[in-house]
Design a protein around this ligand. Structure first.
Ligand code: PLP
Length: 381
């Protein structure tokens, strides 16, 4: 039986949402959504009011990520999971090399392994809590890994594999929970893609990808080759990156998007840019993460799960608890007090807390969370 603990109001954070996606949506975003209620919601995504929002998102993200000349911001429906399939259909020519060190990075590699028209991928596998980047590999045309492995709280460096450009290979980065909260040099990537319900505090359902000229050209070539007679490859229109890009250039999506998601996203991109952009956001996330890691290091019952401090994530913090303290009891007591989504990733199966410290989360609230966890642990016993 889990006893209930009442945390004193003075200890509680102002906002109790610490999920890793969907993550906290700021009240101002909800207000923007309400304002859009009669002007944008329920209107055509092919008309200028909604297209204007898409244009604002595309320009705002181009600024935020300081994208190099020639790179394009594309978007479409289906989230990062859809982008994996799109990359299998439209970007991997024959064979990819993958870093696999957790649930999300593993899934893209698994999709590529199942695609009947692709060759067996080369997978560089790391234990949970570590990071395994792909190394130079002969005969691959794509290197892929995740900027932030959300299941384990590991952040990875984003640098092209040495020799990859010379061999004509693309670098595809799943940045779903890292994009916008971790530093990045977009020139080191050919597709830097993410969903908006993590750092960008919107709803799910969309993918956004920053594409290099090489990625754009690759998609065109691969898709043309699939049209040739006798080609074994099939690129369903929904998985055509070229079609997605054509629509994005017109500030539209291939098929109907959730307009609410666009409005929430636009508001967040503006907020981030107004506050100092990527540099500001990455420092804010690092501060929040630092509060949790130093608290855990000083605690006699909590320890950071990721041992290598260089890859400890600044956006998704994983904390192991001593076996004398049940993480699920702590998580459920926190939930009873309005502090939600602090549980570890289920498939990891550890006695762990996992906390999303995206830019929308105030560092003061993260500090308050540590006091609340201490309070709960003390009173559960
Ligand atoms: C959340 C997440 C995904 C999946 O995003 P969806 O929008 O649910 O498709 C993929 N990769 C990473 C790293 C994630 O954190």
């Amino acid at each position: 039986m889990i006893e209930s603990v009442k945390i004193p109001a003075s200890l509680l954070p102002e906002d109790g949402r610490f999920g890793c996606g969907p993550s906290k949506i700021r009240p101002k975003q909800v207000k923007a959504l309400a304002q859009a209620g009669t002007t944008l919601l329920g209107t055509s995504h092919r008309q200028s009011p909604v297209k204007h929002v898409v244009a604002s998102i595309r320009e705002g993200l181009a600024d935020y990520f300081s994208i190099p000349d020639g790179w394009q911001v594309a978007l479409g429906n289906g989230g990062a999971s859809a982008f994996w399939e799109m990359a299998c259909a439209s970007l991997i020519a024959r064979r990819g090399a993958f870093g696999s060190y957790g649930s999300f990075s593993g899934k893209f590699a698994a999709s590529a392994a199942k695609a009947p028209f692709l060759e067996e991928p080369v997978i560089y596998k790391g234990e949970y809590g570590t990071c395994a980047l792909p190394e130079y590999t002969e005969d691959v045309d794509v290197y892929a890994w995740a900027h932030n492995e959300t299941s384990t709280g590991v952040m990875a460096p984003i640098r092209r594999v040495r020799g990859s450009v010379e061999q004509g290979a693309l670098t595809l980065i799943d940045a779903t929970s890292g994009a916008g909260g971790l530093p990045v040099d977009i020139a080191q990537t050919d597709a830097y893609y993410f969903s908006p319900q993590k750092v960008f505090g919107s709803d799910g359902g969309l993918w956004i990808a920053i594409l290099s000229p090489d990625a754009i050209e690759r998609a065109a070539t691969v898709e043309q080759s699939a049209e040739l007679e006798g080609a074994r490859r099939w690129v369903p229109p929904f998985l055509s990156l070229t079609k997605a890009l054509e629509n994005s250039r017109k500030d539209q999506t291939l098929n109907t998007p959730a307009i609410g998601t666009l409005v929430l996203l636009d508001e967040q991109v503006k907020w981030l840019n107004e506050h100092g952009g990527l540099d500001w956001a990455t420092k804010r996330c690092a501060k929040s993460a630092g509060i949790l890691y130093s608290w855990a290091e000083q605690s006699d019952y909590a320890t950071p799960f990721v041992k290598d401090t260089a890859i400890r994530s600044n956006v998704v913090v994983t904390i192991d608890l001593d076996e004398s303290v049940s993480a699920s009891a702590v998580v459920s007591a926190l939930r009873d007090n309005g502090i939600v989504d602090t549980s570890g990733y289920r498939k990891l199966g550890r006695n762990q807390l996992r906390i999303g410290v995206f830019p929308s989360v105030k560092p003061d609230d993260v500090e308050a969370l540590t006091h609340c966890v201490d309070y709960v642990v003390e009173h559960l016993h």
